[in-house]
Design a protein around this ligand. Structure first.
Ligand code: HEM
Length: 201
């Protein structure tokens, strides 16, 4: 994988400022009141959509490595943590700005609105993944158990897309496209490449 060296010149930490630029842009728009007539929805939906995009970027790392032979594995942990940050921001906007910490209304939403139930389930599953995204946890759990646990990200991504699909009223193409991309990224994992790379999981 000689050509992959050029792709890894960027230090891992740079993933954070780059991938969080859309969040900064949205938050700045909210503060400066330039998000249009319904800033809350633009902020909430924008952060949710970026959470899904970054989750998809994380899922794409292994297929890119296997089929294009470009090794971006060193960025995967940072991408996963950025996805978690987007979900936390998205959830915070919902809890604080949308529901104003009205726990009864939030509880009712979780029970009565399937898209909130599924979004919440995705969030709950993301927590242990974020908490174990460090070298110490890999050592403590053992790499086989750690990898098994982190396969939860497949379910989380599918739940994220279903969450989006359930909340839209008509049938706009975006949630369907996201779901198809996720299914494709999961399906290609079942294809065995001719020469397996040791770092792929
Ligand atoms: C992995 C977790 C999650 C992902 C990937 C995600 C993703 C998304 C996406 C893509 C949208 C629609 C964006 C658009 O219309 O452009 C959205 C909207 C929304 N999400 Fe999430 N979400 C997640 C978790 C949650 C959680 C935990 C909650 C709250 C309990 C939540 C509450 C909402 C709400 C209230 C909306 C806006 C619905 C509306 O327009 O009325 N989401 N989310």
């Amino acid at each position: 994988m000689a050509q992959s060296r050029y792709w890894t010149l960027m230090p891992e930490w740079l993933v954070y400022p780059i991938a969080l630029l859309p969040a900064a842009h949205l938050l700045w728009g909210a503060v400066s009141n330039t998000l249009g007539p319904d800033p809350l929805k633009v902020l909430e939906n924008g952060l949710g959509e970026w959470a899904l995009r970054v989750l998809i970027a994380g899922l794409a790392i292994t297929p890119i490595m296997r089929f294009l032979r470009i090794n971006l594995i060193k960025y995967r942990r940072a991408i996963g943590l950025v996805a978690f940050i987007y979900v936390i921001l998205h959830l915070s906007v919902y809890l604080v700005l949308d529901k104003q910490l009205d726990w009864a209304a939030i509880g009712a939403d979780i029970v009565k609105r399937p898209y909130i139930t599924i979004g919440m389930a995705a969030f709950v599953m993301l927590v242990p993944l974020a908490a174990t995204s460090n070298k110490w946890s890999v050592r403590k759990l053992g790499s086989a158990a750690w990898r098994r646990l982190h396969r939860l990200v497949y379910v989380i991504a599918v739940f994220g897309a279903i969450h989006y699909l359930l909340l839209v009223k008509a049938w706009p193409p975006e949630p369907i496209i996201y779901l198809l991309i996720i299914v494709a990224l999961l399906a290609v994992r079942l294809v065995r490449p001719q020469r397996r790379l040791r770092t792929a999981s």
